[in-house]
Ligand binder design. Structure first.
Ligand SMILES: C[S@@+](CC[C@H](N)C(=O)[O-])C[C@H]1O[C@@H](n2cnc3c(N)ncnc32)[C@H](O)[C@@H]1O
Length: 269
């Protein structure tokens, strides 16, 4: 009897796949495409990141224009996980498709935990994340990155001081900081807007964490044919045009001479 219920339980499990799509079409992996094609329902996360060439329509083309792809905003994925759990409880294979990696700088781990608690199978399909991509292309040592932080749009002139604190703590330890830039209602913050926010924070807290002569690395449209990775000073970056979004920033900490040389020869214009 126990064996029978064990077998029944096994066959009644749903499958939740968290599928990283990579940052652009050319970085979509074979395993990601196969997993999506084998899914009964696909939720396409349209809010945690942005790609130059992956959206819900391109995903439909890639997967074979199946009618089972649902464009999902924050409310659907984070506040209405009940719908996803109901499909899993019906023994469906459900995929959450996310630009980049589904678990790097996103909040989808709660879905993993909930699905597991209900006895479902969970598969993680890693994708090429902007986090790894910018570390690689910046030529900085991956061992020397501290905590990352997102620069959020000011709310009624209020800027989150946590941004300044993270950069400050990293700098005290000589570590580099990755700054993700906010996406709100379909609008992506530009590197110039982010730099202005950083300078406002410095103006407010005056702890000499950010200076106009500091080196900054800006990545724009990474993974796309027109990607740019530029190292310059904060002062120069303020005047520069980095083109269309998405943008990402690294504020380097202490540079080893090899890192300084690599930046100088590869990224300085
Ligand atoms: C919150 S992070 C999500 C990262 C995603 N989960 C991943 O693994 O790639 C999204 C932010 O990363 C940056 N970003 C994402 N893709 C990018 C790209 N292709 N080029 C430049 N910046 C990018 C932007 O600042 C964007 O707002």
């Amino acid at each position: 009897m126990i064996l029978l219920s064990g077998i029944l339980y096994y066959f009644l499990m749903g499958v939740l796949n968290l599928v990283g799509l990579g940052i652009s079409k050319k970085f979509l992996t074979e395993v990601a495409i196969r997993t999506l094609k084998e899914s009964d329902i696909i939720y396409f996360d349209n809010y945690t990141s942005k790609s130059c060439d992956i959206n819900v329509n391109t995903l439909r083309e890639i997967v074979g224009n199946k009618g089972n792809i649902i464009e999902a905003d924050r409310t659907l994925l984070e506040n209405n996980s009940r719908l996803i759990m109901e499909y899993l409880d019906k023994n469906y294979k459900v995929s959450i498709a996310v630009i980049g990696d589904a678990l790097i700088a996103t909040t989808h781990v709660s879905l993993v935990v909930e699905a597991k608690q209900r006895g479902h199978e969970v598969n993680i399909i890693p994708g090429i994340s902007v986090h790894c991509y910018i570390i690689s292309k910046s030529l900085l040592s991956s061992y020397k990155f501290g905590k990352s932080v997102t620069i959020t749009f000011p709310y009624d002139d209020f800027i989150d001081p946590a941004i300044y604190n993270v950069i400050s703590e990293n700098k005290q330890l000589g570590l580099h900081t990755i700054l993700y830039l906010d996406l709100k209602e379909g609008r992506a913050m530009t590197a110039n807007e982010a730099i202005q926010i950083l300078l406002k924070l410095e103006g407010k807290f005056k702890m000499n964490v950010i200076s106009k002569s500091d080196i900054i690395i800006v990545g724009a449209r990474l993974g796309c044919d027109d990607e740019r990775i530029i190292a310059t000073t904060i002062e120069e970056a303020l005047k520069a045009d980095f083109g269309s979004t998405p943008h990402i920033i690294i504020l380097p900490g202490n540079l080893h001479y090899m890192e300084a040389d690599a930046i100088k020869w590869m990224l300085m214009k």
